[in-house]
Design a binder for this molecule. Structure first.
Ligand code: SF4
Ligand code: SF4
Length: 195
């Protein structure tokens, strides 16, 4: 048992104690070892019978749900006629801190659309999943809400997402583009604007 050898003048709860320990040759750790073993056995049987404190899951058969704001693989959004929404403004490759976006702009035949990306590639091995590209996009053309992981690849080139692969995950956006169409803030799923 600890012995109190001095009290603190400043705080009555602070005390100096001394512990009388047996000589090393007479010390036994049997009791402490059995106590520790008892805790282990208690947890073992509790987890086997109730699994109350088991945190591990059987991945990949079991998967945890992603949080709503999880940033997954990129996808390119489409116009109502299925064409890519991106106008090759170069905002996203400019803001990308990993320099992993490659866009080759080209002119379109449509007089209402100045440019489109003839090439749009993202190197997912260099991407740091910061989300700045979708933040910077002025026309809801690129999103990271696919809910998908970048898949493991054997060759580096296989990690490059192309315009076609990202468009395959894309969807028609309800955002207004180029001043054409309804204002999504008035009619969209978020309801009427509040400003
Ligand atoms: S998430 Fe960040 S790093 Fe990845 S492509 Fe977008 S801007 Fe670049
Ligand atoms: S995805 Fe958006 S930000 Fe990037 S080039 Fe296209 S329009 Fe510009």
């Amino acid at each position: 048992m600890p012995r109190v050898v001095a009290d603190s003048h400043r705080n009555p709860k602070v005390r100096t104690v001394a512990v009388d320990r047996p000589a090393p040759e007479r010390a036994t750790f049997l009791r402490a070892s059995l106590q520790g073993l008892g805790v282990t056995v208690k947890h073992f049987f509790r987890n086997v019978t109730t699994q109350r404190d088991v945190e591990t899951i059987q991945y990949p058969e079991e998967k945890r749900p992603y949080p709503p704001r999880h940033r997954g693989l990129h996808r390119l959004m489409k116009r109502p006629d299925g064409r890519v929404r991106c106008v090759a403004c170069m905002c996203c490759p400019t803001v990308c801190p990993a320099h992993c976006i490659t866009i080759v702009p080209a002119e379109t035949d449509d007089p209402t659309v100045e440019k489109y990306p003839a090439v749009f590639e993202i190197d997912e091995l260099r991407c740091v999943v910061c989300g700045l590209c979708e933040e910077a996009c002025p026309c809801d053309a690129i999103r990271m809400d696919s809910g998908l992981h970048a898949p493991p690849v054997e060759f580096r080139g296989d990690a490059i997402e192309t315009k076609e692969s990202m468009l395959a995950r894309g969807d028609v956006s309800t955002a207004t583009q180029g001043g054409v169409g309804p204002d999504w803030r008035e009619v969209g799923p978020l309801g009427p604007r509040r400003d």
